[in-house]
Each structure stands twice: as structure tokens, then as C-alpha cells.
Design a protein around this ligand. Structure first.
Ligand code: ATP
Ligand code: MG
Length: 440
């Protein structure tokens, strides 16, 4: 087969080349956006940004010509330019190098960029479509992309197949309270809160499946860890119990943390997370049974009893001094979803675990073994007052080759929030959806 023709000399160079070993003295053709601009007399100092980095450019009027110089000097922050120039050493420039322009062309001068220092959070959220060009946002979304790519690589190695479950559904998976309702041709439709029930159906033909989909939660609570739309990585594995699932999950998380720490250490460092801290995390993670957690919390002065929910403050107390994630296991049945397996050793509890991030960040994942007995499922649905007939298709899965299986869901934004020590989860997604905002 004839090869695809490859241009031996691409028309433009990546900005990062200015800092490569053979950089000094090289002649580069660059294009990108003006990050900063300052002119003094006949010299223009630009910081030019592309996807690979940024570099200082100096353009002298006597070198690039009067007209080009004037146009470049008049271009706004975030205006687009193309230029040709020589890489030179300059200890005053960021990174110790600059590009001395021989020619410069303004591709789009732009209007005055509305974002500058010391603006309010609300204003920046209104201008989010532009704010995401900031260096900090660029780095955060690189980390997020690396996290997703790394999870996908791990799952492929483990022969877990990626599935595409629906987002529009006819009945809410976890009860109606926190589901967004839409008009589906005159009938109620709902935005998916979890892909789990569909992944369970797909597990019988494929045995190991996963999906990365948006999940929607109509929760009004304004907390720094809740979005109304978030990225949900869900895995469902056949022939696995809760203990096997936790081993899989801690391996998967560790593999991702090490992979990201190795691939993009600079971004992590600059965002406040030394990569060594992630490399130090290794299985097995701690396992703290719910009952023991309640004891600990009571000893620390929390007013909780067996059966109490473990909320944000409690999670924080349990993980503040941890350096690795921990599993909180075997919760009271009433606190958890109907599909979770009754613990064989203690029917008051279910085979469920929450994965808590260390340093007080709290829940990043939820896991459980699934109930395999259709009668027990129906009993639980009745107890919680759910319309059993709407779960008929799900109950079918327990009528045809029902086997032990287990699964978990991770909130990708929660994982990134912890990894990058962000105060608020909205920093980890480009266009955050919260009760107060669904634009831009
Ligand atoms: P929480 O108690 O914090 O509201 P949850 O028990 O409702 O979480 P699950 O239904 O178990 O969460 O969802 C699985 C995972 O999805 C959670 O562990 C979390 O990482 C993530 N997640 C859940 N709700 C949200 C949300 N509103 N915003 C961002 N991530 C979420
Ligand atoms: Mg919730």
C-alpha cells in the first residue's frame, strides 16, 4: 500500500522547539496567539503561545519593516500572528531563550481581550469560553485528558470493553428525586444519573465493560464537590465480589496516578501537586468498615450512630491525615441503593464501598457487588417505594444466567480536584454546570 504522503518539512514549528537541544541558532516558523505584548521604541516584546508552550519573541522595526511592526504592535492580547525568526539565548527571557523575528504577520489583530487580573469569579465564569485560554486552565485540562487517557489504557490492557450506554432514558436509575426531566415527545424522559443498569445488561455478553459518560444530578446543594453534570467512569465486572473489585479499583487508580505523574510531571508541579506524592501511592489502600468509622467519629466528638450517613464533614475527618485513598466498606443497607448485594455475614449491611480521597477531599468513587436474586431486588424496590414494573427489564437480567458481578463509578472531576488540590470542583471542568449556571 502506498504510504500517506508526509510533508518532510512542516510549514510551521511548534513553539516548544525553541527550547529543544538544537534550538539555539535554529530558524523557526511559528504561529499562535499573543499572550503578552509590550513595545518600547523600535522593539516589540511578545510572548507567543501555541499548544506546545510559550516563548518570548522580539521584533525590531528595522528588521521586520515599519508596516509589519506597526500591525504587530497594534495586535491585541489573544490576537493571532505568524512569524519567522532565529532562536537566541537571552537570560532575561522566560526559559532563557527568545526568538528574534525576521518577519511577522498579523493573522487576526483581535479586539481588546476582556480578561485581565483581579476580576471577580462571577465575571470569569461569564467569560469562561475565553478564560479557559489561561495557562492554569490549559494545564488543568491537560491533566484531565491525561487522566482519561490513562484510565482507558489500563482498561484496555485488562480487556475491559468500552460501551456507549444511553444518556436519555425512560425512567431514572436511582429514583426520581435528583433526575433532570426532559420532554421526550410528550412523554417524560430523564437525563442519565448513572450508566450502571445498562452496563449490567452489557456485562452478560461481554463480562467486563466500562463507559465514560456524562451523569446528571439535579441536586440543588451548592457544595465544592457537586456539579449537576459530571464525567462518570463506570466499570462493571463479572465473576467478582466486593473484595476483588476493590483490588481492581486500587490497581486502576494507582496505575493512572503513576502514569500521569510520569508523563506530565511539570504540569502537576506547577499546579501544586508534587508528582512524588502520587508516585508514593501504592496498593493496598486502607479498608475501614463503616461500623469502625462510626466508632472513630464518635471518639472524635461527632454525633453519629450506626445508621447515620457519613457526610462531607465526617469524610473529611476520616481522611484528613491520610496520604493515600481509603475504602469505607459495608454500609447499612438503608443508606445505599436497592441493587447492592446483601452482605452474607451481616444482612443489615450491603457489599458496598466508597473510595475516599486523602487529605480531606472525600468521596471520589462508589463501588458495590450487585444483588443477583430477583426476589430480593423486588423486595428492596418495594421497600423504597419504587415502581417495580419500570425495572422489569433490569429484573430480566436476573432471570437469565444471573451471576456474581460488581462495579464502581468514579467521578473524574472529583479525582482531578483531589489530584490538583483544587478548592472547588468547577475548576476541573471547562464549562461547569451548577444549580446557578448552565451558560456559557
Ligand atoms: P455524594 O454523596 O458525594 O453526593 P453519591 O453517593 O451521590 O456522592 P454516587 O451516586 O455513588 O455518588 O456516584 C458515583 C461517583 O460519582 C461518586 O463517588 C462521585 O465521585 C461522583 N459524583 C456523584 N455525584 C456527583 C456530582 N454531583 N458531581 C460530581 N461528581 C459526582
Ligand atoms: Mg449524591
Amino acid at each position: 500500500m502506498a504510504g500517506v504522503p508526509v510533508d518532510p518539512k512542516p510549514a510551521f514549528d511548534p513553539v516548544a522547539r525553541a527550547f529543544s537541544v538544537e534550538g539555539v541558532g535554529a530558524k523557526l516558523r511559528l504561529r499562535g496567539w499573543i499572550h503578552r505584548s509590550r513595545s518600547s521604541g523600535g522593539i516589540l516584546f511578545l510572548v507567543l503561545r501555541d499548544r506546545t508552550g510559550s516563548v518570548q519573541v522580539t521584533a525590531r522595526k528595522d528588521r521586520v519593516g515599519e508596516t509589519a511592526f506597526r500591525a504587530a504592535a497594534a495586535a491585541q492580547i489573544e490576537g493571532a500572528v505568524a512569524l519567522e525568526g532565529m532562536v537566541a539565548e537571552d537570560p532575561r527571557a522566560p526559559g532563557g531563550r527568545e526568538v528574534r523575528a525576521e518577519s511577522i504577520e498579523v493573522l487576526h489583530a483581535g479586539e481588546p481581550f476582556p480578561i485581565f487580573q483581579d476580576q471577580t469569579e462571577e465575571f470569569l465564569l461569564d467569560k469562561r469560553h475565553l478564560a479557559i485560554r489561561s495557562q492554569e486552565h490549559v494545564m488543568i485540562f491537560r491533566v484531565k485528558a491525561a487522566v482519561l487517557a490513562s484510565f482507558r489504557r489500563f482498561l484496555e490492557t485488562e480487556e475491559v470493553l468500552e460501551m456507549t450506554p444511553p444518556i436519555l432514558t425512560g425512567n431514572p436509575a436511582e429514583g426520581g428525586a435528583e433526575a433532570f426531566q426532559v420532554d421526550y415527545f410528550g412523554r417524560p424522559g430523564y437525563l442519565s444519573q448513572t450508566a450502571q443498569l445498562y452496563l449490567e445488561a452489557l456485562l452478560f455478553p461481554h463480562e467486563r465493560v466500562y463507559a465514560i459518560t456524562p451523569s446528571f444530578r439535579a441536586e440543588k446543594s451548592r457544595t465544592p464537590r457537586h456539579l449537576t453534570e459530571y464525567t462518570h467512569l463506570e466499570v462493571e465486572l463479572a465473576w467478582t465480589d466486593l473484595d476483588g473489585l476493590m483490588v481492581f479499583l486500587e490497581r486502576m487508580l494507582t496505575a493512572m496516578l503513576h502514569d500521569v505523574a510520569t508523563r506530565i510531571p511539570d504540569e502537576l508541579k506547577r499546579l501544586g501537586r508534587p508528582p512524588a506524592e502520587l508516585l508514593a501511592i501504592a496498593p493496598p489502600f486502607g479498608r475501614l468498615p463503616y461500623a469502625a468509622a462510626i466508632e472513630r467519629l464518635r471518639a472524635e466528638g461527632f454525633k453519629v450512630a450506626w445508621g447515620s450517613d457519613i457526610g462531607t464533614a465526617e469524610e473529611r475527618a476520616l481522611t484528613l491525615s491520610e496520604r493515600s485513598p481509603i475504602f469505607l466498606t459495608r454500609f447499612p443497607r438503608e443508606l445505599k441503593a436497592f441493587y447492592m448485594l446483601r452482605s452474607p455475614a451481616d444482612p443489615k449491611t450491603v457489599e458496598a464501598a466508597d473510595l475516599l480521597a486523602p487529605e480531606g477531599y472525600g468521596e471520589i468513587g462508589g463501588a458495590s457487588a450487585r444483588e443477583t436474586d430477583p426476589e430480593l431486588l423486588v423486595e428492596r424496590l418495594r421497600q423504597i417505594g419504587a415502581p417495580v414494573q419500570e425495572y422489569e427489564w433490569y429484573l430480566d437480567l436476573r432471570r437469565h444466567g444471573s451471576v456474581p458481578h460488581a462495579g464502581f463509578g468514579l467521578g473524574i472531576e472529583r479525582v482531578v480536584r483531589w489530584m490538583l488540590r483544587r478548592e472547588h470542583i468547577r475548576d476541573t471542568t471547562p464549562f461547569p454546570r451548577t444549580p446557578a449556571r448552565h451558560t456559557p
